[in-house]
Design a protein around this ligand. Structure first.
Ligand SMILES: C[S@@+](CC[C@H](N)C(=O)[O-])C[C@H]1O[C@@H](n2cnc3c(N)ncnc32)[C@H](O)[C@@H]1O
Length: 320
C-alpha cells in the first residue's frame, strides 16, 4: 500500500470511528491499570481519556494527527481546535497537580479557502485555546530535524522543524533539568579554571551580566529549547507506522517532565514510541491507539523491546 493511502486509512479511522472495540464498563483505576498492562489499548482516546481517574497521570506525551484536509485526515485545520479540545479537557482532569501535557505538533500550509498558500494558524489557535482552558503554557520547544526531506514547497524552504509545547496543570510542574544536561563545550582545563574563579561575573557593554562561578558545578550544560533529533523513517523494529517519532525526542521530554515510576500516557500512541522509551526510562507507561493494525504492531514493538533489553532496566531504576 502506498504511504499516502496508508495514512488516509489511519486518519479516516481516527476521525470517523466512534469506538474500535466494544468493552464493558470498567472503573477508572482499572482502566488505567489495563492501559498500563496492555502497553497500547485499542480504542478511541476520546472515549477512554474521560474515564481515567482524576489526578492519576504524571505526563501525557503525545503527537496527535496533524490537521490536513485532503491527503491524510478529515480534521480540517479550520476545525482542528474544536476537534482537539475534548481530549485536552479530559487530560486536564486526569493529570496530577505536578503533571504536564507535552504536545508535538506541526502547522501546515492551507491548501484551500481564503488562506490558501499561507501558513494556517491552527497550531497557534490551539495553544491559545488550551491556555484559555486552564493549561499553563510553560514553554515552546523547537524540534529541529537535520535530515528533513527536501521537496517542492512553493516560496519557502523545506519544513525542518516541528513544535513541541509544554503545558502544565499548575505553576509547579515536575521538571528535572539535571536529567537533560549535556557535556560542556569548554575543555576540562577551562572548566577547572572557571570552577576556581571566585569573581566570575562578566558584564557586556549593554550592562547585562551573569555570575559564571557556579555554572560549571552543575555537571553539564542546559541544552536549551531547540532539540536536535534526526527524524526516523520507519527504522524502529517491525514498525510500519508512517508518522513514528524518533525515540530521542520522546527521551528528552520524558526524562525532564516525569518522575521515575511516574505514569506516562500517550493517547495517540501510533507505534508506541512513547511507551517503549518511557518504560526503558523506568516509568509506568501505556497508550491508546484507534487503528487496530497500529495497536497490534505497537504491542509487538513493546514486547520486542522488553525482550531485547537488559532485565531490570526497563522497569527498575534507570538513568533519569
Ligand atoms: C502522529 S501519529 C502518532 C505517532 C507516534 N508518536 C509514534 O511515534 O508512532 C497519531 C496516531 O494517533 C492515532 N489516533 C488518531 N485519532 C485517535 C483517537 N481518537 N484515539 C486514539 N488514537 C488515535 C492515529 O491512528 C495515529 O496512529
Amino acid at each position: 500500500m502506498k504511504n499516502e493511502s496508508k495514512l488516509r486509512l489511519v486518519f479516516d479511522a481516527a476521525t470517523t470511528a466512534k469506538s474500535a472495540v466494544e468493552r464493558p464498563y470498567v472503573s477508572g483505576s482499572r482502566l488505567l491499570d489495563e492501559i498500563l498492562d496492555q502497553g497500547v489499548m485499542l480504542g478511541d482516546a476520546g472515549e477512554l481519556l474521560v474515564r481515567l481517574p482524576r489526578q492519576s497521570v504524571d505526563l501525557f506525551f503525545t503527537s496527535p494527527p496533524y490537521a490536513d484536509a485532503r491527503a491524510y485526515s478529515r480534521v480540517h485545520p479550520d476545525r482542528y481546535v474544536d476537534w482537539f479540545l475534548p481530549f485536552a479537557r479530559a487530560m486536564y482532569n486526569a493529570v496530577k497537580p505536578t503533571g504536564s501535557l507535552i504536545l508535538n505538533i506541526k502547522n501546515r500550509v492551507a491548501n484551500r479557502g481564503p488562506l490558501r498558500g499561507q501558513r494556517h494558524p491552527y497550531v497557534y489557535q490551539l495553544v491559545l485555546a488550551l491556555q484559555y482552558m486552564g493549561w499553563r503554557w510553560v514553554e515552546t520547544y523547537i524540534w529541529a530535524k537535520p535530515n528533513a526531506v527536501p521537496g517542492r514547497f512553493g516560496p519557502r524552504t523545506k519544513d525542518s522543524f516541528e513544535y513541541v509545547y509544554h503545558f502544565a496543570r499548575t505553576a509547579k510542574p515536575y521538571f528535572d533539568l539535571a536529567a537533560l544536561r549535556i557535556p560542556y563545550k569548554a575543555d576540562s582545563a577551562e572548566i577547572e579554571r572557571r570552577k576556581r574563579d571566585t569573581n566570575g561575573r562578566r558584564n557586556t557593554g549593554a550592562g547585562f551580566g551573569r555570575d559564571r562561578t557556579k555554572t560549571y558545578l552543575l555537571g553539564g550544560a542546559d541544552p536549551g529549547n531547540v532539540v536536535n533529533v534526526p527524524q526516523t523513517y520507519n527504522q524502529h523494529y517491525g514498525v510500519e507506522h508512517t508518522a513514528a517519532m524518533p525515540e530521542g525526542l520522546a527521551e528528552f521530554f520524558i526524562k525532564a517532565t516525569s518522575p521515575m515510576d511516574g505514569v506516562v500516557l500517550d493517547p495517540f500512541a501510533g507505534s508506541a514510541t512513547t511507551v517503549v522509551v518511557a518504560r526503558r526510562l523506568g516509568r509506568r507507561s501505556g497508550g491508546i491507539e484507534i487503528h487496530e493494525k497500529f495497536a497490534l504492531d505497537a504491542r509487538r514493538r513493546i514486547a520486542a523491546n522488553i525482550a531485547s533489553d537488559t532485565q531490570g532496566r526497563l522497569f527498575g531504576a534507570a538513568a533519569g
